[in-house]
Design a protein around this ligand. Structure first.
Ligand SMILES: Cc1ncc(COP(=O)(O)O)c(C=O)c1O
Length: 387
């Protein structure tokens, strides 16, 4: 995309920048999947909650899914359409408000369902609105290699195994929900569905809907979209049920960057370190948690012939708040801009103000190339979270 030079200059020194045309490209693909498969794709707010874009996202997707009261309120207030909910457990004091916000609620265990069932039944009697309830199942099959993201590891708290449910769906339960994928292609979904059908097929025949969770990397270039469409149709037609997908990452995937700036350059026993005005732990935590090395625009993985190799250092005191190394075509300069690619999903939703480090601003590059600053943060945002 061509960004006007002046528009690029207008981007603050630390800023998450979403490119609207890239977001629309992802959403166009999701519209295609929905139209071809008859399934519904809803936005997982845990991964993508940049609500200044929700009016755009809503043109393509019928709703959102929350994992807390705060997300459910945001979904209701800013996204509109269907509001789904799925979390490991619910606070009793939140539940009344959750029922007001949500039209689909997934319970992680039968004990949670039994605990809240009377309130749901009461709500149905007193209101015109029906809340469709589901149980999160654990198909005991996942291809996710990082334990941090694998909900099927021994001792997992996520989902109910088939032995606990038996032959009949609990009275009042209309849906099943599984979430066992993470950045997977549709071949993984196909193998996962074999396990789901083998273990839970009898329950799917009794259900009204199946939510296949997130982790579908639909918008990645090598994702097999036609297979996904076939799989959704297969489930819809075999069990005569509605099918939902709730990706977060795939919506924000490669839709923008984090603009940063070099504050200092130092030599640490022969290793050149560029200290930045952003922090990996506070602003890009998945880089350290997953871990993965984010791409920097114009830089490459170094080899022994590279002269201008730098480690990127965050501005917090955490020794491990660093990433690297990266080879640049020329020496870095203090004040120079560094662009971390693909920094829209699971970033803004996870930021902290550790060390009092300011949160990066948030902006959008519009399809005409103009930059629009949406929000900036300061001392009050830091202070309001403390007392
Ligand atoms: C229950 C559930 N649904 C959806 C998602 C979104 O997954 P992703 O952003 O990988 O598509 C997650 C992520 O952890 C999840 O736990």
């Amino acid at each position: 995309m061509t960004v006007h030079h002046d528009a690029f200059k207008a981007i603050p020194p630390a800023c998450y920048v979403l490119e609207e045309s890239l977001l629309r490209k992802n959403l166009e693909l999701m519209r295609y999947v929905q139209a071809q498969s008859g399934g519904k794709i809803i936005c997982a707010l845990k991964g993508f909650a940049m609500f200044s874009t929700f009016a755009i996202v809503r043109e393509y997707l019928p709703g959102s899914t929350a994992s807390s009261l705060n997300e459910a309120l945001l979904g209701q207030e800013e996204f509109g359409g269907e509001v789904h909910l799925c979390a490991p457990a619910y606070n009793p004091e939140d539940f009344k408000d959750l029922m007001h916000c949500c039209d689909h609620i997934t319970f992680n265990t039968l004990t949670q369902w039994e605990l809240f069932k009377p309130q749901i039944e009461n709500y149905h009697e007193q209101n015109n609105k029906k809340i469709s309830c589901a149980i999160r199942i654990n198909p005991e099959y996942s291809e996710v290699e990082t334990d941090l993201y694998n909900p099927c590891i021994p001792g997992t708290r996520l989902g109910t195994t088939v032995d606990k449910i038996g032959d009949k769906l609990p009275d009042g339960i209309e849906g099943l929900h599984f979430h066992t994928l993470c950045e997977n292609n549709s071949d993984t979904l196909e193998r996962t569905l074999q396990h789901v059908e083998q273990k839970f097929g009898h329950l799917l025949h009794q259900a009204k809907w199946l939510n296949m969770g997130g982790g579908h990397h639909i918008t990645r270039a090598d994702y097999d979209v036609e297979r996904l469409i076939r799989l959704i149709k297969h489930i819809r037609e075999t069990y005569e049920i509605e099918v939902f997908l709730e990706p977060g990452e795939a919506i924000g995937w490669q839709t923008g960057f984090l603009a940063a700036r070099v504050l200092d350059i130092l030599d640490s026993k022969g290793i050149k370190v560029a200290v930045l005005n952003v922090s990996f732990t506070a602003h890009m935590p998945d880089c350290l948690e997953m871990p993965y090395k984010p791409r920097i625009r114009g830089a490459a993985d170094p080899n022994e012939n590279d002269a201008f190799v730098y480690r990127m250092g965050g501005m917090s005191c955490l020794a491990g708040d660093q990433m690297g190394d990266y080879a640049f075509p020329e020496p870095l300069q203090v004040g120079q801009r560094i662009i971390f690619e693909d920094m829209i999903h699971y970033t803004m939703v996870k930021t902290t103000t550790f060390n009092g480090v300011n949160l990066p601003s948030i902006g959008i590059i519009r399809p005409n190339g103009a930059f629009e600053l949406i929000k900036s943060f300061g001392y009050q945002n830091y202070k309001n979270r403390l007392s």
